[in-house]
Design a protein around this ligand. Structure first.
Ligand SMILES: Cc1cc2nc3c(=O)[nH]c(=O)nc-3n(C[C@H](O)[C@H](O)[C@H](O)COP(=O)(O)OP(=O)(O)OC[C@H]3O[C@@H](n4cnc5c(N)ncnc54)[C@H](O)[C@@H]3O)c2cc1C
Length: 417
């Protein structure tokens, strides 16, 4: 039986393991941690064809520079003399263009629609119940500028076939959310979106894979590979050398370092975000919501539990959390729910994770040129949960040398070379 070693136990790694096993591979999955936490746990859980605009888009640079001066703002780059960061920043600026947005809208839509369908398939696996709901996504706005932007986005979404996308008045949204008082001008509504409980899907997929005989190696950092000609034959993870017919690099924000092992240069940095769950019915919402001006994401998991998350902090992967950013999230949310009492969380109740952000906002999914049996699957930034199921499927199709469900050219691993 052919063997596959998957490096990284986030949603991309777990989904790859699942579909690789379906293709008949004997799968081992290794992680530097213990498989109980990474960016794929505390995120907002949006499964969102609505997110067809990549992170590198016009306006983000000027907005980001304005936000840099405010310690509670949703964006921050820790200035440091790091060539990887500088080089990523230069490429990011170059790609934050209307052309980058226009050429990637269809690929992002297609992979997201595929992923949504695959998550719906997962619901019929034994032991899977991850609060998946097709209630759409509301994007609240308070200003005329964002309202204008919302109308523009509706046209784009409808042109992409995302039916039901529309702008709602404040009264219409208030009727959809009768249990909270809203301070908004209106909302952009994406009927096409769904949401899920990320912690649940991660735990359930892990449990399922273990039952199916996938081997999990915790505390096993991949540090070396053995190469023979144009193939990777072994991966050293922890103290063990693992033989591999196929190697998958699904190491999220650490992928720049890991990709160097196979001579690939990935322009990628970690963008930290924070989240917290309010579990006493403080924000009894019916629908997930993005606060457009505040850049905060809210996800109701049930009647009592709502997750609040946000910020994009480009910083070292071992930097201590900054509570100012967390306060910024709570303050921003309070401005939209004037009659709700949103408590300030303590540090122990705050989760954070690092989004793997590529320099053009598009994931990397594909084989490396030099080593044909090595597949890279990372760089999903804000949409890794949404695209996780599809990414695993695509990895397995590559490994099995089948034609892929979507065209992988926009995700080429070597597109910056
Ligand atoms: C606040 C917040 C909200 C978000 N909301 C959403 C959302 O609503 N929808 C959405 O689609 N996305 C969302 N995201 C983004 C999403 O969470 C990420 O894109 C996604 O989780 C990335 O998954 P991954 O598998 O690539 O990486 P990760 O989940 O980070 O997993 C990578 C794994 O690789 C392991 N690893 C690293 N290096 C090595 C090594 N050398 N050897 C072995 N193992 C290694 C790490 O330990 C880690 O477990 C959000 C993110 C944040 C922070």
């Amino acid at each position: 039986m052919a063997t596959a070693v998957v490096i990284g136990g986030g949603i991309v790694g777990l989904s790859s393991a699942y579909y690789l096993q379906q293709e008949g591979f004997d799968v081992t999955i290794v992680d530097r941690g213990d498989f109980s936490d990474n960016c794929s746990y505390g995120n907002a859980g949006y499964v969102c064809p609505s997110h067809f605009v990549p992170l590198a888009s016009p306006g983000i640079i000027s907005q980001g520079l304005r936000w840099m001066l405010n310690p509670e703002s949703p964006f921050y780059i820790k200035p440091r003399l790091d060539w990887g960061l500088i080089s990523w920043g230069l490429k990011f600026v170059k790609h934050a263009t209307p052309q980058n947005v226009a050429k990637n809208a269809v690929p992002l839509r297609d992979i997201a629609l595929l992923s949504k369908k695959l998550y719906e398939d997962w619901l019929s696996l034994p032991g899977f119940e991850f609060a998946y709901q097709r209630k759409g996504l509301l994007e609240y706005f308070q200003t005329a500028e964002k309202e204008h932007h919302a109308h523009h986005t509706v046209k784009e979404a409808l042109a992409l076939g995302l039916a039901g996308t529309r702008v709602l008045t404040a009264d219409e949204v208030q009727a959809m959310e009768p249990q909270v008082k809203l301070n908004i001008k209106g909302a952009l509504y994406f009927e096409c979106d769904a949401h899920l409980h990320p912690n649940a899907v991660m735990q359930q997929m892990q449990q399922y894979l273990r039952q199916q005989g996938v081997r999990f190696l915790p505390h096993a950092t991949a540090t070396e590979v053995e190469k023979q000609g144009n193939r990777i034959t072994k991966v050293k993870a922890g103290n063990e050398w693992l033989s591999a017919d196929v190697v998958v690099i699904a190491t999220g924000s650490w992928s720049r370092e890991v990709a160097k092992l196979v001579n690939v240069s990935l322009p990628l940095v970690g963008g930290r975000g924070y989240s917290m769950v309010f579990g006493n019915g403080e924000l009894p919402l019916q629908h997930p919501a993005v606060l457009m001006e505040g850049r905060v994401a809210l996800t109701p998991f049930d009647a009592l539990h709502t997750r609040l998350g946000g910020t994009m902090e480009i910083t070292n992967l071992d930097a201590p959390p900054r509570m100012n950013r967390v306060l910024g999230i709570v303050k921003a949310a309070q401005g939209y729910f004037p009659e709700s009492n949103i408590p300030t969380p303590e540090l122990k109740d705050v989760w954070y994770g690092y989004r793997p952000c590529s320099a053009d906002g598009m994931p990397f999914i594909g084989r490396t040129e030099k080593y044909g049996n090595c597949i890279v699957a990372t760089g999903h930034a804000m949409v890794g949960m949404s695209l996780g199921a599809a990414t695993g499927k695509l990895v397995s199709e590559l490994a099995a040398e089948k034609s892929t469900s979507v065209d992988l050219a926009p995700y080429a691993v070597h597109r910056f070379d």
